[in-house]
Design a protein around this ligand. Sequence first.
Ligand code: 4NP
Length: 164
Amino acid sequence: MDSNDNDASSTSVLFVCLGNICRSPLAEGVFQNLVHEAGLSDRFVIESAGTGAWHVGEPPDVRAVIVASEHGIELTSLARQVVDDDLRRFDYVIAMDRENLRNLERMASATGSEAEIRLLREFDAEAEGGEVPDPYYGGASGFETVYEMVVRACQGLLDRIRVT
Ligand code: 4NP
């Protein structure tokens, strides 16, 4: 494992979606939980951010909070917008969909980033390369579907980081 700006023994992971109130805070909470269960919390820096600024400072969407709590996970982050420095600071920048990915790659090329910028579902064995669909305009069941794909992909991501 290596790191850009953080302690040399830690790996930093930033999850990114559009609003930073649904998918990426869920991924952040799920990944934190998996890392905790693996006894590796002191080896990781884990955050989330959005490419858009509409919800900056807000807690996650209540539907994301509910689905997470149904699975024993507390979401504690407040929304923030991704900034150029994130592309230098984080080892892994993990996008939920291709639009997020394109925006992050544009920022990375302008900042000389060395981050690994990937789609989260590259690490989901059931849908390699797929997107995490935006559940914002749908019902609560969409959040459970998103949760299930996020868990599979976050486990795949952690497995991948541990062998790197
Ligand atoms: P997220 O979902 O990108 O998963 O946080 C969204 C939240 C808010 C909006 C869009 C997507 N919005 O347009 O306000």
